[in-house]
Design a binder for this molecule. Sequence first.
Ligand code: GLN
Length: 199
Amino acid sequence: GPRIGVLALQGDVREHVRALTEAGATAGPVRRPHELDAVDALVVPGGESTTMSKLAIEFGLLDPVRKRVADGMPVYGSCAGMIMLATTVLDGRPDQRGFDGIEMTVRRNAFGRQVDSFEGPVEIAGIDGGPFHAVFIRAPWVESVGAGVEVLGRVADGSPRGRIVAVRQGSLLATSFHPELTGDLRVHRFFVDLVRAGA
Ligand code: GLN
């Protein structure tokens, strides 16, 4: 299958490697620029975006990933990974940097003020088989999107209803929730197909 790296600076790397492998990709961690050069696509895991940003700079990966993103490499980001892909971050740290991929404004820890985590059903446009059992852990939501961004999913239940939690811009995909934690492979399969289609 396509070679898909998981950015392995911090976060739930192993869960994504496992899900990608089960979805038919050749998956492994990416921690160094030469490892990035060897992959067709990248997953940015959940974790802590401020820490990931700091480590991306320290490991010399921030600019190389930004360049690959600008050149059209497919990337899927979940939770902190969604934050790393956004062009604008609210409630971030002032020195927080990202990969400047998806033209959207996300709010960090948006669901976190009232409830740190919650679970609920989310329908994703283009993915059959019923709603996802979406797990949100101090998750961001998407406040607004640019013209080129497709909204794929919103919170149907819980608080607050209607917030955008899944988006796509070309070969860039992001979800506020963590499909890698629930054993539902449909988002990873969708991403692997997207990588295959571009290859
Ligand atoms: N709150 C984290 C951040 O700001 C994201 C949480 C997660 O990835 N589960 O990066």
